[in-house]
Design a protein around this ligand. Structure first.
Ligand SMILES: O=C(O)CCC(=O)C(=O)O
Ligand SMILES: [Fe+2]
Length: 197
């Protein structure tokens, strides 16, 4: 039994949440079925400062507003529906949208941010499923501790792992997926979110 993903604050990582063969089948289906685009917008408040392909998917009413414009999600690809339902069950939250990211190689990355958009409400639950190449995910405290140090936590996110962040994870920490010089294959990451409608 892995950790209980529903009742912790901070974050919980379960390696092998999806068995290897199942994770590989989902990765292959999604690589083909998702209309990957290079986001030029600041979506979810994110600075799009690194190459990376993304797609925002969700229920029609799970809209995201930015600078007075409403952005509508892409519909759920069939292969993603059972995955969304299983992730919702594991995290104990009915997710209505997902930001999908495709990191083609080690040069694709995501900069420091928190998933703290107003649409997500206070203390959102974010469930992040990783498929493909293992990449390093880093959390860094926003505020220094008593020794003047900014606490840092480095997690490796392997194929089929599920990371759930909840509680004060977004207010206390920023997170990032750094570039790497190591030769790494493609990785798909699905960050499930519940947009308040
Ligand atoms: O790729 C990852 O593991 C992190 C993605 C992320 O933080 C996000 O999409 O908000
Ligand atoms: Fe994030």
């Amino acid at each position: 039994m892995g950790p209980d993903l529903r009742d912790t604050t901070g974050w919980t990582l379960q390696a092998g949440w999806l068995p290897e063969a199942h994770a590989t089948a989902v990765l292959e289906a999604l690589s083909a079925d998702i209309p990957w685009t290079r986001h030029r917008l600041r979506i979810f408040g994110r600075e799009i400062d690194a190459p990376r392909l993304s797609c925002w998917i969700g229920d029609p009413e799970a809209m995201y507003r930015y600078s007075g414009t409403r952005f509508e999600p892409e519909p759920w690809p069939a292969a993603l529906v059972p995955v969304r339902d299983a992730v919702s069950e594991a995290a104990g939250v009915g997710f209505n949208s997902v930001l999908a990211n495709l990191y083609r190689d080690g040069q694709d990355a995501m900069g420091w941010h928190s998933d703290d958009e107003r649409e997500l409400g206070p203390e959102p639950v974010i469930a992040s499923l990783s498929l493909g190449a293992t990449r390093r995910f880093v959390l860094k405290a926003r505020v220094a501790d008593a020794d003047g140090q900014f606490a840092r936590h480095v997690l490796e996110l392997p194929h089929g792992s599920l990371l759930v962040m909840r509680g004060d994870a977004q207010t206390r920490y920023r997170h990032a997926l750094p570039r790497t010089a190591r030769p790494v294959g493609p990785r798909v990451n699905l960050t499930f979110r519940r947009i308040l409608t």
